[in-house]
Design a protein around this ligand. Structure first.
Ligand code: TYD
Ligand code: MG
Length: 453
């Protein structure tokens, strides 16, 4: 019997070693190297070796001669999903969707599958056909073009694909797949690599798009070798706070479009609903004005988004004042408090400060600074801001109000939602002349203090 060939892989980064060692040289993680059985590469074909097609070797072509019209995209009939992909699914592409357990990856792709008018094969290694049917009934019961297969062995999946000839294949999840050519267990590095290679070959040779679900590790990376992300064409990430209803879909890598686009969904009892105007939901519509609330005009990807910042400033009960921030960087909060203390003379050193971005989303756009400062000032003085004020500027260490990118887009969004005044930096170049909104230009933090308290 031939000697079984094995090699050692780092489970964290996928680096390969000839022998075992305690620490991985490339990612420096300890005890992550495991031995796995590998197989000779000539067998890894998505078809059985005998039926493999004889491929023509490709010739170099002039770039102008290449026909790109075949790259027409498949419309997914989900506006947010299309937007993130850059206009639809490209035939023959491999898309990987990652996200925390329970965030809604299976729901999203099943929902997309149910909307597609093409022949769709949804392969699940995680749930039974009955379970998927139950889920589908919650989402959208009337689609006859979606086939469900519960199978984990890639060779069997390809057999079914050859019989069914689907236009698109969805696999939930890559970690449950298993190829006969590799002996190690499902979810191991060499299995994931092998199954992905087979799927890529299948996708490229038949021009059938494949969408894969991938689990992520506890530090947020897709479980499996890093090379997995290099192999596929598009890496999408589905994220959000499980206790809140909003889910954000973004592209971390996209060979066929921009990675700036973002899709927003709301998880409901009947599946995920596309949110085409997120600002309207993120801003609470209340009648009375409350102190400590301010609205920021931020950008998520390329989309303007109005969000509400809430601050609570109170006298510290214990010796050391507490500072805590939800959805905002706590270090940045401390910095803004120091600027307020030093440049505007507010004694916040003995106060507890709590900050919250409503809706459970996390914002790292620096343009939210001014709204954070305004909310803190408002809570500190216990005076509410006019509820049709909003803010879009960064605050610098010397208390200067700094310009932000795409300010005109933010102003337009604020105007559309009925805000009366937007506070922006004096140093922003604005050629826009909006009718319904006043643009209040400020240059120092003291200006803000004069205007709002
Ligand atoms: P799921 O898609 O299975 O998550 P993942 O595949 O990422 O692990 O489901 C996520 C959660 O969504 C689940 O806990 C229940 C909830 N959910 C709803 O709130 N409404 C629905 O219509 C469905 C189908 C699920
Ligand atoms: Mg799932």
């Amino acid at each position: 019997m031939a000697k079984v060939k094995t090699t050692f892989f780092c489970q964290s980064c996928g680096a390969q070693y000839a022998k075992w060692q305690g620490q991985c040289n490339s990612c420096k993680a300890w005890n992550t190297i495991v031995e796995e059985v590998i197989q000779t590469p000539e067998k890894n074909d998505w078809k059985t070796p005998s039926s493999s097609a004889v491929k023509q070797s490709s010739k170099p072509l002039l770039i102008n001669e290449i026909d790109a019209s075949k790259e027409a995209r498949l419309d997914t009939f989900d506006e947010e999903f299309n937007r993130v992909l850059g206009g639809g699914i490209v035939p023959g592409s491999l898309t990987l969707l990652g996200g925390e357990p329970g965030i809604g990856k299976s729901t999203l792709l099943l929902q997309v599958a149910l909307k597609l008018p093409y022949k769709t094969l949804y392969v699940s290694g995680e749930e039974s056909q009955k379970q998927i049917k139950m889920r589908a009934e919650r989402i959208n019961p009337n689609n006859s073009n979606c086939y469900i297969l519960t199978e984990t062995k890639t060779q069997n999946i390809f057999k079914q694909i050859e019989a069914l000839q689907p236009d698109i294949v969805i696999v939930d999840s890559i970690q449950t797949l298993h190829s006969d050519y590799i002996e190690s267990s499902s979810g191991s590095i060499s299995q994931i690599k092998e199954c992905t290679t087979e799927l890529i070959k299948f996708a490229k040779e038949t021009s059938t798009p494949v969408v894969l679900i991938g689990h992520i590790t506890k530090d947020g990376h897709i479980a499996g070798p890093k090379i997995l992300e290099h192999m596929v064409d598009t890496v999408l990430q589905f994220e959000g706070d499980r206790n809140h209803v909003f889910r954000i879909l973004r592209a971390n890598k996209n060979r066929f479009g921009s990675t700036n686009e973002l899709g927003i969904y709301e998880m409901q009892g009947s599946g995920l609903r596309e949110v085409s105007n997120p600002s309207e939901i993120l801003i609470s519509k209340k009648d009375e004005e409350l102190s400590g609330n301010a609205v920021a005009a931020t950008l998520e990807g390329m989309r303007p988004l109005m969000i509400e910042v809430q601050a609570l400033v109170s006298t510290a009960v214990y010796g050391t004042p507490q500072r805590s921030a939800t959805g905002f960087n706590a270090k940045r909060l401390n910095m803004l408090l120091a600027v307020l203390e030093k440049r505007a003379g507010f004694r916040l050193g003995a106060k507890d400060v709590f900050l919250n971005i409503t809706g459970g989303i996390t914002v790292d756009d620096p343009a939210i600074d001014l709204a954070v400062v305004a909310a803190i000032l408002s809570s500190n003085e216990d005076e509410s801001l006019a509820k049709d004020f909003c803010f879009a500027a960064e605050v610098g260490l010397s208390g200067e109000i700094r310009p932000v990118q795409r300010v005109e887009q933010r102003i337009q969004e604020a105007e559309k939602l009925g805000f009366s005044t937007i506070f922006v930096s004096k140093y922003n170049k604005i050629t826009l002349k909006p009718k319904a909104i006043k643009i209040q230009l400020i240059s120092k933090i003291e200006d803000l203090v004069d205007l709002i308290v």
